[in-house]
Design a protein around this ligand. Structure first.
Ligand SMILES: [Fe+2]
Length: 394
């Protein structure tokens, strides 16, 4: 897929003494992550991006009325907290007070901060901004169609070529949103893993089309695993959350690690048993909510299939013990999983899961079409060939 968005680097001629130059003075101030949308709602959206050195950041929005973004001073939303505009590399700005079902144009701007040692006095060099010639745009929720499709990818393990091929095979261009169902990276080993090895791949669409991510067990690993929520803020503040689109209600669960917490591989740091118990308490409240009960379709994403089989590992067995009893008999239409790296299908069964579970492989992409009368799931391979088709009538 081609990258459709470009950014403009604006250099400002300025001479600074060596003492004020940042560590990476040789590198041009730039974006290392283009903007991406999170938590798109009827009246708000969160936009994140990252620069290669500390900066101030803000978003400028304009109505989609044909006027040039330079026609007048546009409304700004700064990256700020507790009354102070933040200095940092990763920027997160929540735009509030938006109108439902409305398209907005926007651009992001970051202004490099070179030195803060003089107290409140900061010194700036240049700034970078997304193109003013072709601003990005997003549309708030509020008039979603009754029929739509979404694309699900998982277990990419930071393979950019496979990501691009599957995104194209999975018709991301036509999707209302994209779901990443875990293990997009293999380990959060460095502070750039999540951007260079995953988020950069999404930049062809994620500035205008929202995505939702479910944490895989591999995103819990590595020195920087604790930064996951910095990049993927959720409505609950947790890696598990729910969202709505049209008449459908979606639950994104976090299945944690696959082996028992005490396994030598986790270096005494895993505490997923207790965490999943807490998550189950939250899940009980979700299935009791009016939004869940009133939805036409109810779909669950969870990285590890919560299936109890002879060959199942601890994490899957715990998901089966904790999550499945809550989800049984509340009208779940479909559960989508990953983790095993191969296709799997666990039909609705009175003895176990009373809803169908589809496991998408690591070299396939799932396209789910939400129709008036049915949910249609197509599993497509790297060539875009349909390898499995499921239809679930209402
Ligand atoms: Fe996994």
């Amino acid at each position: 897929m081609s990258i459709r968005y470009f950014f403009r680097f604006v250099a400002v001629a300025a001479v600074f003494s060596a003492a004020t130059l940042p560590l990476c003075a040789q590198d041009k101030f730039s974006f290392v992550q283009q903007p991406y949308l999170q938590n798109l709602g009827e009246t708000e959206v969160t936009i994140l991006w990252e620069t290669n050195s500390p900066s101030l950041g803000w978003v400028e929005i304009a109505p989609d009325d044909g006027s040039h973004i330079y026609a007048c001073a546009r409304q700004r939303f700064y990256d700020s907290e507790f009354g102070t505009r933040r200095i940092g590399k990763l920027h997160k700005v929540t735009l509030t007070g938006l109108k439902p079902a409305t398209t907005y144009k926007y651009r992001i701007v970051s202004k490099e901060v070179v030195d803060t040692t003089a107290g409140n006095a900061t010194f700036y060099t240049g700034h970078v901004a997304t193109s003013y010639k072709k601003p990005l745009s997003f549309k708030t929720l509020g008039d979603e169609p009754s029929e739509f499709q979404f694309t699900v990818m998982n277990d990419i393990h930071q393979d950019s070529a496979r990501f691009s091929t599957l995104a194209e095979a999975g018709n991301v261009d036509k999707a209302a949103f994209v779901v990443f169902n875990g293990d997009m990276v293999s380990s959060m080993n460095t502070d750039t893993t999540i951007t260079k090895c995953f988020l950069n791949y999404t930049s062809s669409f994620s500035g205008e089309k929202p995505f939702y991510i479910g944490r895989g067990n591999h995103e819990t690993r590595g020195q920087y695993a604790g930064t996951f929520m910095d990049y993927f803020p959720s409505p609950t503040g947790m890696p598990y959350y729910a969202f709505e689109y049209g008449d459908a209600f979606f639950i994104v669960l976090d299945s944690g690690e696959d082996k028992p917490d005490g396994d030598v591989e986790y270096y005494d740091r895993a505490e997923f048993s207790k965490y999943r118990e807490q998550e189950a308490v939250w899940l009980k409240t979700v299935v009791e909510s009016p939004e869940f009960k009133n939805a036409k379709y109810r779909i669950v994403f969870v990285h590890m299939p919560p299936v109890a089989e002879k060959s199942s590992w601890y994490g899957c067995l715990e998901g089966n013990r904790l999550f499945v009893p809550i989800l049984n008999n509340v009208g779940i239409d479909l559960m989508l999983c990953g983790h095993t790296h191969k296709y799997g299908y666990h039909p609705a069964s009175g003895d176990a899961n009373v809803f169908p579970i589809i496991v998408n492989g690591n070299k396939t992409v799932a396209v789910v079409s939400v129709k008036e009368e049915s949910l249609n799931v197509e599993i497509l391979d790297l060539e875009g060939k349909k390898v499995k088709i499921h239809t679930f009538k209402r």
